[in-house]
Design a protein around this ligand. Structure first.
Ligand code: GAP
Length: 537
């Protein structure tokens, strides 16, 4: 089994993640988090909130930051006024290109279809596939043999031209064998597909009642910018953070939770003076990269990639992606964990412009070809006045936008290891271990009595209760202690605490470290502080 398959199987077996509505066959692009998964994802979100927002020291200038800054938070609704999406640009511009197969009626995202040119029996065709990178070769070979009515032993009759490329690089679809078709030329030309989910608000079912599920949490922050400035004492530069669900009707959700239709984002909109926005952009790129490394992702599997000019979103003048070498991607390819975008004044300006005209607007309104403001914004004044200098301006925005599900998946991929550990008889046995950083591990410690007698369970239960007041811990007295260790290794529990026969005399227990397998004797009275120190390292 490939590493990704093993991880997916472990996630199901140990209750990290399940397919949504599984008993009804599941729903593509939707995932549920099980008992361990919910703790892991919650810990990822809590670590983010603590490190970026509630634990942020406003009185100290952080290394690389142009100055001190403030941070605050918001929790906005998923359904907002439809005009928000018109002004944000999502209504007109938030789409992917899709291709439909006329034979199978299946739909694919244009840039996700990959394939190879192959020639046999005097005909050259482009065989496509949608399977995971590690099975692509096999799938394309099988389909090419089938198309040319060749047998496996005739593999050498297939003349391959070049390596895998994306369908976006193919201009004529007449010789393309679609991913699930058996005839050529069944794919339609690429067409735009808006990714926002539509719904209806109230009893109105027509266009009047149409609303959208938010495709990003960011817009809730922009439309509340003035409320936050007026109701709190924040001064620029400051950031507003939000964690919450977002929805995108992805054409081909895939790669486990990586591309889902319902997912969670952890976003910061950081408001600053236009003169310092480039320096803040650099600061946030580096700060966010360091965060993933501090929580356990290896720098060798992470890259910071600046977007090329033609790749930028409609709102951005500069974006860098933090990308991770997920094991389901082809060798050398990376998947986006987080985007850090320089959004300029695009959003506040769009939500502001509309009712203002050039005479009443203190700032220059961008007019469309019809002479009217480009978007019909709220008409509210969303400018900011610096109290010291009296300068009035539209702040620039730097946006570090992370996916909670993608971060959780990356931490799981990084943590998965197979190695050897001694059992209770000192024999080396293979084990699966999730080396999750103790801060995000779902269960921080497991407490075991060595055997279920001689007063050991009572002592172990007392330790469990003392720890439980501070952390999520687990008590287990069933089966051989070696098997109990293995179960915790697989669940990613960093510490196992064992009460043995000696504990009743010396008032000490053994703490075993999941990664180093080191076992140390610690006084029972010190167990809580010991675990506390280790978890907050
Ligand atoms: N407000 C900016 C914004 O939404 P984005 O790059 O479209 O930017 C930010 O999304 C992050 O949200 C991504 O880096 C990714 O981690 C996460 N994300 C986006 N689409 C996703 C999907 N379909 N499934 C899971 N996570 C997704």
């Amino acid at each position: 089994m490939m590493q990704m398959e093993k991880l997916v199987s472990l996630c199901k077996r140990r209750g990290y993640m399940f397919q949504s509505s599984e008993i009804y066959g599941g729903l593509n692009g939707f995932w549920d988090y099980g008992p361990l998964g919910v703790e892991l994802k919650r810990n990822v979100k809590d670590a983010w909130w603590r490190d970026m927002v509630s634990g942020h020291d406003e009185l100290t200038q952080l290394p690389g930051a142009p100055s001190e800054y403030e941070m605050t938070g918001l929790d906005c609704t998923i359904i907002m006024h439809p005009q928000v999406w018109k002004c944000s640009g999502h209504y007109d511009l938030f789409h992917d290109f899709m291709v439909d197969c006329r034979q199978t009626r299946k739909r694919y995202r244009h840039d996700q279809v990959r394939g190879r040119w192959v020639e046999a029996k005097g005909q050259k065709i482009f065989v496509t596939t949608m399977v995971e990178a590690d099975s692509e070769d096999e799938d394309v070979q099988r389909r090419a043999l089938k198309f040319f009515k060749l047998r496996s032993k005739d593999l050498e009759d297939l003349k391959w031209d070049g390596s895998f490329i994306r369908l976006t690089e193919v201009t004529d679809f007449s010789q393309v064998l679609a991913p699930d078709a058996n005839e050529l030329g069944t794919l339609t030309e690429p067409r735009e597909f808006n990714l926002m989910f539509k719904t209806y608000v109230g009893a109105l079912s027509g266009e009047e009642g149409t609303a959208f599920l938010r495709p990003e949490t960011a817009q809730g922050i922009f439309v509340n910018f003035k409320n936050v400035v007026d109701s709190s004492r924040v001064k620029i530069p400051f950031g507003i953070a939000q964690v919450g669900k977002s929805f995108r009707n992805e054409i081909t959700p895939r790669n486990f939770t990586f591309r889902s239709r319902e997912f969670e984002q952890m976003e910061i909109e950081f408001f600053c003076h236009p003169n310092s926005s480039s320096a803040w952009y650099k600061f946030w790129r580096d700060r966010r990269m360091a965060w993933y490394i501090a929580l356990g992702l290896s720098p060798e599997r992470l890259i910071l990639r600046e977007h090329a000019q033609d790749e930028l979103s409609h709102y951005s003048t500069g974006t860098a992606d933090i990308e991770y070498a997920f094991p389901f991607l082809p060798e050398g390819e990376y998947g986006e964990l987080e985007g850090i975008a320089h959004r300029g004044d695009f959003d506040l300006r769009s939500h502001m412009e509309g009712k203002l005209d050039e005479k009443t607007n203190p700032l220059q309104v961008q007019l469309g070809p019809d002479g009217k403001p480009k978007y019909r914004g709220s008409g509210k004044d969303l400018t900011y006045r610096d109290e010291l200098t009296n300068e009035r301006f539209i702040p620039h925005v730097i946006e570090p936008s992370a996916g909670a599900d993608r971060a959780t998946l990356a931490f799981l991929c990084e943590a998965y290891h197979e190695d050897q550990a001694p059992d209770e008889n000192g024999q080396m046995q293979s084990r699966v271990v999730l080396r999750l950083h103790p801060r995000i591990a779902p269960v921080k410690a497991a407490v075991f009595p060595l055997v279920k007698k001689d007063g050991m369970p009572e002592v172990a239960k007392d330790i469990y209760r003392a720890l439980k007041k501070k952390f999520n811990v687990f008590y287990d007295e069933k089966g051989a202690v070696g098997r109990r260790y293995r179960r915790q290794d697989e669940a990613g529990t960093p510490y196992c605490i064992t009460v043995d026969g000696e504990s009743l005399n010396d008032k000490c227990v053994t703490i075993r470290d999941r990664d180093t397998l080191e076992q140390v004797r610690v006084k029972i009275d010190d167990v809580v502080s010991e675990i506390e120190t280790r978890v907050s390292r």
